[in-house]
Unconditional design. Structure first.
Length: 293
């Protein structure tokens, strides 16, 4: 397994500075360690639903403010290029049961970024202060964008980040994709002593040269005491326990909140180039969280 070092996003969550990094470990050949794992609420009949958003609503509507808050601003620490906007400017329902997070090459608000006038807009949502959970099955069905510089992610942060900081808070990356790897997604743990390029994780690669942007896929983690397991479309591709940390502290035994975002550029994906078309979209069919069955 070849290791690719990388960096993750760092951004502000309201008044809390979030420093978030991820290492990208090489993708496993599809099915290399795959085993069937049930996905979807119906497959977990013994579990109780704790968070459900199927993104039903009129086209153009903003997300449910009772479930999500929308972050705004740029992200200097990862050298991302986008400005995250508020409201439904870059995150809106499509009227067909999906949330669409759109990255555009534009700057209608004359937004200023770390590098000067911002070149792109996008959106980032989280459930901090609205929903947290310790352990369970966390799942999203999504279709990712494509193109150099695109960086969609579905991930979680420890709810105590405001008091202990990152990476002591812990971070569970359910799914990340970078545009130069259209057929691979990554799942990673970050914590004290294993953050940034030292995160603990692996990748999953589709067979036959398929790209994740071609259709919807289901990304999930099953999280229980001392264990996190990742799957794509029900295929388990890695499990991590405290034994993987080489004696470092396991910090995944407390409440975490959810995050969805589409970044543009940054240390890991690199910036968009002449081959990248805009707008690009992360289309989210649903986000479901249940207790363990």
């Amino acid at each position: 397994m070849t290791v690719h070092t990388s960096w993750r996003r760092r951004a502000a969550l309201s008044t809390v500075a979030l420093a978030c990094c991820a290492s990208a470990l090489a993708g496993l050949p599809a099915g290399a360690s795959a085993a069937p794992s049930p996905t979807g609420s119906s497959a977990k009949s013994a579990a109780a639903a704790t968070f459900t958003d199927d993104f039903n609503g009129a086209a153009g509507s903003a997300v449910d403010g009772g479930k999500w808050q929308i972050e705004t601003g740029d992200n200097v620490n990862n050298h991302e290029r986008q400005y995250y906007t508020s409201g439904n400017n870059n995150a809106a329902l499509d009227g067909q049961g999906n949330l669409v997070i759109t990255a555009r090459k534009e700057n209608p608000g004359n937004y200023q970024c770390w590098y000067g006038k911002c070149e792109y807009t996008s959106a980032r949502l989280n459930t901090s202060g609205k929903f947290t959970q310790t352990y369970g099955h966390v799942e999203a069905r999504m279709k990712v964008p494509k193109g150099q510089g695109m960086w969609p992610a579905f991930w979680m942060l420890g709810a105590d980040i405001g008091s202990v900081g990152w990476p002591q808070s812990g971070e569970i990356d359910v799914m990340e994709n970078v545009g130069f790897e259209p057929g691979t997604v990554h799942g990673t743990l970050h914590g004290p002593g294993y953050s940034g390029s030292g995160g603990i994780g692996a990748g999953y690669t589709l067979p036959g040269g398929e790209a994740f942007a071609d259709k919807f896929h289901t990304f999930a983690v099953d999280w229980s005491p001392n264990k996190v397991t990742w799957s794509v479309d029900g295929n388990v591709y890695q499990t991590r326990t405290p034994a993987d940390l080489g004696g470092k502290q396991w910090v995944f035994d407390k409440p975490f909140f959810l995050i969805l975002n589409l970044a543009v550029g940054g240390y890991w994906p690199g910036d968009p180039d002449g081959s990248t078309s805009f707008p690009q979209q992360l289309v989210v069919d649903y986000v479901h969280v249940t207790t363990n069955d």
